[in-house]
Design a protein around this ligand. Structure first.
Ligand SMILES: O=C1O[C@H](COP(=O)(O)O)[C@@H](O)[C@H](O)[C@H]1O
Length: 258
């Protein structure tokens, strides 16, 4: 793969989860303002797991222009959209049911439309191509913001340790049928898409993430999936974590002054 310059990740540590939720909302509000001022729209990709609940601070945020939001999914489990395991269901309950984003601007990965995982991944890649006008000059879409979580095994999106998809350089969206975390059948963004975003933010909270956060930040050479997220400059990677999650890392902290 060609060598691209990449900025070092910035680690922001917040004393508690409620403080993190409020600061994340300010950060997202600023990212959307910058994007809307420049281009008239804001493109964001969301994860599932513990992330949707962290979006609560956005609901009543005074500076959000919901009508300019275009929402996509970093990954999705191959279950119906109303299934308890659906990332779309979690984001809908936490956010979309409570804010006026136009429905046509929210792009779920809908397994009910196409049962075959390959077709589903190709269809979602086409959704991205349509939304970003083309496989553009950079060959990959440039999201204004990608929000990621990280599992205790270091996975992010549906990119799992030692999985063949860690080496995918061409596809934007890929299927997998062998995720080690249930459900096994999933669709996921690949690294090139994540790493071409303008801003990527990991959100990780709780003592259960402390060991893996230290491995990812202090020992990126281990190559855990979360450590492979390194946006191409001028893209920037941020970690938003609480004190319990930060307890074991020696990585330098940043004051984001939001
Ligand atoms: O399975 C998944 O897990 C990751 C991490 O979830 P978390 O609950 O540990 O935050 C999540 O980011 C991803 O979207 C999801 O499909």
């Amino acid at each position: 793969m060609a060598h691209h310059p990449r900025h070092a990740p910035l680690l922001a540590v917040f004393p508690t989860q409620p403080v993190l939720i409020a600061e994340l909302a300010h950060f997202v509000a600023k990212a959307q303002k910058d994007a809307i001022d420049k281009k008239g729209r804001f493109t964001i990709a969301l994860s599932g797991g513990s992330l949707p609940a962290m979006l609560a601070g956005l609901v009543d945020h005074p500076h959000i222009k919901w009508h300019h939001w275009h929402v996509f999914y970093v990954d999705e489990r191959a279950v119906p959209l109303d299934h308890p395991d659906s990332n779309h269901r979690a984001c809908t309950e936490a956010l979309f049911a409570r804010v006026p984003i136009p429905a046509a601007q929210i792009h779920p990965i809908d397994v009910a439309q196409l049962g075959d995982l390959e077709e589903l991944a190709d269809a979602y890649e086409k959704t991205l191509i349509h939304a970003f006008a083309q496989k553009d000059a950079a060959r990959f879409p440039v999201f204004d913001l990608v929000l990621l979580g990280m599992g205790p095994d270091g996975h992010t999106a549906s990119l799992f340790p030692a999985h063949a998809l860690l080496a995918e350089e061409d596809r934007w969206v890929a299927p997998l049928a062998d995720a080690p975390k249930p459900p096994p059948e999933r669709i996921t963004f690949t690294y090139p898409v994540i790493n071409h975003a303008a801003r990527v933010v990991f959100v990780a909270t709780g003592a259960g993430k402390a060991d893996v956060l230290a491995r990812v930040l202090d020992h990126p050479e281990e190559g855990l999936p979360a450590a492979r997220v390194r946006p191409v400059a001028p893209g920037q990677l941020y970690w938003f974590v609480d004190e319990p999650a930060a307890a074991r890392t020696a990585y330098p902290r940043t004051d984001l002054k939001l």
